[in-house]
Design a protein around this ligand. Structure first.
Ligand code: 1CP
Length: 347
């Protein structure tokens, strides 16, 4: 019997099986570039949206209903793990995420709990509502932040341009940094296994800011924890996607953690990356999101160009090199999805 989620283009491509065309979804597809998102956002705070399963489901469904995208992604945020550990998290319009109690000392690290299941119960609750809405038609991606990236928000107390305090902790107090990373890794394993138990069809680990790290520091402070997480998941038939900005450089190292898919930023030639990693690992990416600001003719031309490079490969998922920006025109995103779904044929 055909299962529309397990046998979908997205899951087949994630397991490097042949597909008629590449599946497409886009990071940050459930978000601010849609007026329908703002109609919901204007009524609730961001965390209220994440923590109310019916609302999280409404937002998750927007790109499925309005774009006909090939995979849905849970509406939540990578920073909810840090909150469940004890971080005092808020999201303010125009400022972004903040932890009011940054983690900088031994006492701060000791104060963080790894007992998070009850606090994060709203996530499996949301996944169950979303799966009812998807009704077996579109696969659902769950996710978490990778320890280094989550650590950076906890240590800095919010977003950062240079990760000065995070890198200072890594360099001056490596023991403390490892204690913090270990705690986040434990929580991330628990959290992703909760998502598997609740019924997600795939998982993505977001290590958005790994590009801040040098080669040696990437291995020691990011990669070893991502490896432990991937090894700690009840994978069954759930593909794991490993994303970082910096994957153009780190892809061969990321492959050692044995994800099913590596999601690649827009700097690299995607075919070269594919050829530099073991054959059973798929790639996802890697259109520069800024292309979606450009004229439709340019959008189409760049999509065809990327596909032309990748069309003979099994294991290619069309995505952007990073998330959709909030002011990208909806119409351009819709056009891109249509070109990918209607014009591309794999060889
Ligand atoms: O992709 C989706 O559509 C699903 C929902 C989703 C995901 C996967 C959101 C909703 N956030 C994330 C992951 C996330 N959050 C990442 C990793 C992906 C990436 O690199 O883009 C990161 C780094 C965050 C942290 C975060 N949350 C930021 C970035 C701040 C910075 O340092 O640059 C911001 C602005 C948020 C808030 C947020 N998360 C999601 C949305 C829609 C929003 C905006 C909230 C609002 O409407 O104001």
């Amino acid at each position: 019997m055909i299962n529309n989620q397990k046998d979908s283009l997205f899951i087949r491509a994630a397991f490097s099986q042949p597909t008629e065309r590449p599946p497409v979804w886009m990071m940050r597809q459930a978000g601010r570039f849609m007026k329908e998102y703002w109609e919901i956002k204007n009524k609730y705070s961001f965390l209220e949206m994440c923590k109310t399963p019916e609302i999280a489901a409404d937002v998750t469904m927007l790109p499925v209903d309005l774009l006909g995208i090939d995979a849905a992604i849970l509406f939540s945020d990578i920073l909810v793990t840090g909150e469940a550990m004890g971080g005092d998290l808020s999201f303010t319009q125009g400022i972004g995420p903040k932890y009011a109690n940054p983690v900088r000392t031994q006492q701060d690290v000791d104060n963080l709990t790894t007992d998070v299941e009850e606090k994060l119960q709203y996530v499996p609750d949301a996944i169950k509502v979303i799966q009812q809405r998807l009704n077996g038609k579109t696969p659902l991606i769950g996710f978490a932040g990778a320890p280094f990236t989550v650590m950076s928000y906890l240590v800095e107390g919010g977003s950062s341009k240079d990760f000065k305090l995070t890198k200072l902790m890594i360099h001056n107090q490596p023991e403390l940094a490892h204690q913090l990373l270990n705690k986040i890794a434990d929580v991330t394993i628990t959290y992703l296994n909760m998502q598997i138990d609740a019924g997600v069809n795939a998982l993505q680990l977001f290590d958005s800011w790994a590009l801040a790290l040098s080669w040696d520091d990437y291995r020691e402070f990011s990669h070893q924890y991502n490896t432990r997480i991937i090894a700690g998941l009840k994978r069954q038939d759930i593909p794991i996607i490993s994303f970082c900005k910096g994957s153009s450089v780190f892809a061969p190292v990321m492959a050692e953690a044995k994800p099913d898919v590596i999601s690649v930023d827009w700097n690299a030639d995607l075919l070269n990356i594919k050829k530099s990693i073991p054959a059973g690992i798929a790639v996802q990416g890697n259109l520069d999101p800024h292309i979606l600001y450009a004229d439709k003719k340019v959008i189409r031309e760049r999509i065809l160009r990327l596909h032309d490079r990748m069309k003979e490969e099994n294991g290619f998922i069309f995505n952007l090199g990073h998330g959709i920006m909030p002011d990208i025109p909806f119409d351009n995103v819709k056009y891109a999805v249509q070109v990918i779904q209607n014009e591309l044929v794999n060889s």
